[in-house]
Write a new protein. Structure first.
Length: 156
């Protein structure tokens, strides 16, 4: 029978599948820590060797999720991964320039036509808002689709 893998081996196995932040690895590996400080020491060693990098984590999330989600939702995911505000802001800066085009592409992939009535318009708006696009961007997407902007009280 094989001995259980070390914390470092477990961390490397997780890092082989995708980029993980230090906070994510701590959360996932805490249950396997046998001595206090053992996990921190293993993660410090991996971070020193460049296996754990917050910037790469942010870039990875942005690359995977930007085509389907708005900046607000991606910002929340990055914060959930334990990344600091500066890293998050730096990663999201390029997304703000393309927010409208990305929202429009998401809208087109889900809805092929402009909403026929107020109920359908509200449904389409909720869809985009739930994906993290701002109220202003959602208004602009639906306006470009040819619907009247009678939703001033609905959006934030």
């Amino acid at each position: 029978m094989h001995p259980p893998p070390s914390l470092k081996a477990r961390a490397l196995r997780l890092l082989a599948t995708r980029e993980h932040s230090r906070a994510e690895l701590e959360r996932k590996l805490r249950a396997f820590e046998e001595a206090p400080g053992e996990l921190a020491q293993a993660l410090d060693a991996l971070e020193a060797k460049g296996f754990i990098d917050a910037q790469r984590v942010a870039e990875s999330v942005v690359h995977r999720r930007a085509s389907r989600l708005g900046s607000a939702r991606i910002r929340q995911e990055l914060h959930d991964k334990g990344l600091d505000d500066d890293t998050v802001a730096e990663a999201l800066a390029p997304l703000l320039e393309t927010e409208f085009e990305r929202a429009r592409a998401v809208w087109r992939s889900r809805f092929q036509a402009a909403p026929a009535d107020a109920t359908e318009r509200a449904r389409q708006m909720r869809f985009l808002l739930a994906r993290g696009f701002s109220g202003d961007v959602v208004r602009r997407v639906l306006a470009a689709a040819g619907t009247p902007a009678d939703d001033e009280d609905f959006l934030p």
